[in-house]
Structures are given as structure tokens and as C-alpha cells.
Design a protein around this ligand. Sequence first.
Ligand code: HEC
Length: 440
Amino acid sequence: MIAKLHPLFVHLPIGFILISILIDWYRKKNMSIQSDKLSTFMWGLSALGSLFAMGTGVAALRSGYYEGANMFIHLICGYGIAALCTFLWFVKWKNKSFFKHQNGILKILLGAGLVVGGHFGGSLTHGEEHLPMPFEPKSDLTKIDLSAHDSINVYQDIISVIFTQKCNRCHEEGDARGRLNMTTEEGLLSDKYGDPAIAPSDLGNSEIYKRISLSTWHDKYMPPSGPPITYKEKKMVEWWILQGAPFRGNLRDLEISKDMKAFLADEYGVDLTKKSFYEKVNIDPLEPELFNAIKEQKFNITPLAANNNFLDISNHGQSKNITSERLDALAAAKEHLTWLNLSDTDLDDDGLRQIGEFINLTKLNINNTNVTDTGLKAIEGLNKLSVLNLFGTKITDAGLESLAGLKSLESIYLWQTETTSEGVEKLRAALPNCDINTGI
Ligand code: HEC
């Protein structure tokens, strides 16, 4: 705390010293006797103020936060100024003169000390950034832009860049203050010297998180000098720790909430809008015989788009009877089939078992059919499925358990099923990013 006051309190003696010099100058011009006492008093104040500034300065220095040649020059000037002011006060008080032009020479030295010491002091604190301010200071550090990256490693591409910009000059190999090296995984995770800097998933025991969450006035706040951590950087570090502080792997493989997706997009230009697999993969057109065989079985069949050979097949308005011949025709095109709509038919668990092999399905509508919990087990392996409509079936909570592993699911429709709100809550917990529509 005392150390943090130094940048504020150095300005006090500067004011006193200037006033003292002005008073002396005025007195000399007007030969006024009266102001002699005032001059002694002002030099006394200057001496006190500069000693106080020196004290807070030494406290700041002892914290180990400041470094380098600039610091040394600033320190010498600070000591010098305090000594000169004290001496000037003393000679005014006792009315003594030890050498010719004594006061003039001392004042010139004092002025030089103020200019040089002030300059190096200012550069130590990086302008006004070191003063604790209630707003975020502007920063000229490079912004992290990941818009052109396909694969993003949260640690390499974001977290370590923040650390490099704000922390590592005091926390690297060879200059690891507080015995903390923040440039390596081992250094960050080590608990050799008390709480580790990073405790995966545990903010309360992560020393780094604790330090950057303190008030900027606090002695232990990090970084102690230089541009502070911004609110957004802190949010990013917090999220990374809560994710288990992964050092490897792709950001896209993490489960990311909607809020965080928006934040990552805004802050780092990360585009997380997922492309469906059928937009990323090319497939040759289905052979015409197979295509026609499906048509003959009275299905509506269309490619997804002019340049996309995956198939959208539906039974809309056709026979409600899903026979095994009809399903066999579909099975012959199982790699092409990505949207399948068999709603309002007599599809049963046996039929669904066959559909469980259509590995490229992304949308499956089997609402108002005869499928049950038993049949749902068959689709546990459809790991590209994103939309599943079970509206108006006899599905119960037991059936929902078969869906809990389908992490690709984005929407499930469950109106008029036999599921309960407990079962749905359980599924929500297993699939936090999936919209589960129960019609209520
Ligand atoms: C100007 C130098 C400097 C900068 C920049 C700096 N630190 Fe520090 N840090 C220190 C010093 C000195 C200590 C040891 C004294 C203490 O514990 O307060 C320390 C200690 C720490 C500790 C405690 C280590 C332990 O186990 O005792 C953590 C954690 C820490 N810093 C994190 C950070 C983070 C995070 C940043 C960047 C946002 C940062 N520091 C930037 C100087 C610095």
C-alpha cells in the first residue's frame, strides 16, 4: 500500500521546492526581511515532503517490482533531492554559509535532480499506467487476432500471449520473481513453493487468478507495474482455468457456452459457427440405379444442393407403411443419406435398427411413429446427428438415456412423449448445448 503511494507523493515536494525557490527569488529582489521565516518554513516542508517521498520510494523498491538502470538513476536523484532540501532548510534556519554562492549552486543541483529524477521515474511507471485508475488504460500492445486460424490452441494462441505481454518480463527463466516461471507448463503447474500458479479447474487455488483479481491498489496485485491485465484478459484466463487449463488440443473440441462463443468472436475474431459435416465433405453422386430404386419405393429424394450430393429423403404424403423392401432401398444409399424424414408412418424398432447404420445422418424425423426406447438404442452410434424429432412417440426417460452420448445433437423434439421433466433435466445436463423442446 505504502509503495503504491509513491507515484502520488513524489509530486508533493516538487511543488514545495518550486514555491521555496520562488519565495527566495522574490525576497532577493525586494530585500524583504519578513519572508525569511517563510523561506525557512517552506524549505522545511520541502525537506519533509522529499523525505516522505523517499520513504515510499524505498518501500516500492523493496517489493522487488522495479528494475534496471533507470531505477538506479531515479533512486540516486531521489536521495540527492532529499539531502539537498534538508541541507537548504538547515542553512536557512541557522543562517549559515559554508561556501561562496552556496545556495545558488545547491538550487541548480536541486533543479537538475528534479528534471533527471522525474524523467526516469516517469519512464519507470510507464506514464500514467502505473497509477491505480478506475478505468482501463489504453494499451498499445498488439491485439490477438485469430480470425485466420483454423485450429486454435487456447494456451498457445491466447493465454501465453497475454502472459508474454503482461507478466513474463518478471517471470521467466533467469528472472523468475517470486520463484515463478510463467513461460513453461511445469512452471505454471508447479506447487513446489505453495499454491500452484495454475490449479486446473480451481480458481480459488490458482495463485495467478488470485493475484490478478486483487484491487489494483493491493501490494500483491499483478502485474505490479506496466500495463495492467484488462477485464477481458482476466475473463479469458478465468475461463481457461475452469476448462481444466488445457495446454494442448483444439479450442473447437471444448464445450463452449453461447456467451463465451460470442466473447471469443468479439474479442479474438474466432469463428465458431460450426459447419455441418455435409458442407465440409464431398461425396460422388449416388449411382442412378440406386437413386431410382429409392424413387420406386415411393420416397421423395433430392440432393441437398446443386453442388452437394448428400441426400434429403422423406416419406411425405406417401404410404404410411415402412416395409423392409423400402428400408433396404434406403440402406443401399446409406452413406449419402443425411436428412431422413419418416414421420407419421408405422416405422418400428426393427426399422429403426436399420436406420442406426445410416452413419451420415444429421437430421432424423421419426415423430408419430411406433418406435420405443428399445429402438432408440440402435441410434446411439449416429455421431453426426444434430436434429432428432421424437414428437408423439412412446419414448420414456429410459430412451433419453440412449441419447445422452450423442454430443452432436443440437435440437431434440419431445412433445407428447412419455418423458418426465426429471428425465429431460438429466438429458439437459448431459447435453448442455442442445435445445430440448418439450412443448411447454
Ligand atoms: C514488474 C515485475 C512483475 C510483473 C510484470 C509481474 N510480476 Fe508477478 N511477481 C513479481 C514479484 C517481484 C513477485 C514476488 C513478490 C510477491 O509475491 O508479491 C511476484 C509474484 C507473483 C506471484 C506469486 C508467486 C508465488 O508463488 O509466490 C504470482 C502468481 C504472480 N507474480 C503472477 C503474475 C502475473 C499473472 C503477472 C502478469 C499479469 C505478473 N505476475 C507480472 C513481479 C512481477
